[in-house]
Design a protein around this ligand. Structure first.
Ligand code: IMP
Length: 180
């Protein structure tokens, strides 16, 4: 792994692909333990775009009947954060009376999952669980329970494995951190 340049910033290697994959194996094992043998069809909710790579890896490890649903959120209006999450693309299927496992790439302040839980409850979901590949515990301020966490990382800006810097870097196989 070498340094990568995206727009005006340089990033250095941080989490190698193999380590990401073993974190996903661990998360998938826990979800399978909780859902194996279920009689309903839980929804796996991919929060676009950042979670797309993680969701693909997770989905193929799940061994119970499940339905993939997507939605796209943003907290930005133009170039500044409104602090309020907005649906850019709504849910691709109804979650009414369903159990939902939200798949997030990263939980930072937790604003996104906090608002998302509200949206899903409002849409009639009967249970919402949160699965995130990465968590920044130093900045997480909400009391929403994080049911499945792949890895905890320090408060630093990262890219790769679906995560972007201004839309670049999602295609990187490994995770990189901003080189300051
Ligand atoms: P929140 O602060 O928990 O609401 O995080 C909102 C969103 O910001 C996440 O779903 C990511 O898409 C993005 N995000 C947070 N931290 C990073 C990072 O280090 N790199 C890239 N995107 C991030």
């Amino acid at each position: 792994m070498d340094h990568v340049k995206l727009h005006d910033k340089t990033f250095k290697p941080f989490i190698p692909y193999e380590k990401i994959i073993s974190a996903i194996d661990g998360v998938a094992d826990k979800i399978n333990q909780d859902f194996r043998g279920c009689t309903d069809v839980p929804i796996i909710l991919c929060v676009l775009n950042g979670s797309i790579v993680f969701t693909g890896e997770l989905l193929k490890r799940l061994d119970f009947p499940c339905q993939l649903v997507s939605m796209k959120l943003t907290s930005y209006e133009g170039t500044y954060s409104t602090g309020k999450v907005r649906q850019v693309m709504g849910l691709t299927a109804s979650v009414r009376d369903r159990r939902v496992i939200v798949v997030e790439d990263i939980v930072d302040t937790g604003n996104t999952i906090f608002d998302l839980c509200d949206i899903l409850k409002g849409e009639g979901a009967n249970e919402v669980r949160i699965c995130t590949l990465l968590l920044k515990p130093e900045v997480y301020k909400k009391d929403v329970k994080l049911d499945y966490v792949g890895m905890e990382i320090p408060n630093a800006f990262i890219v790769g494995f679906g995560l972007d810097y201004d839309e670049l870097g999602r295609n990187l196989k490994d995770i990189y951190v901003l080189d300051q």
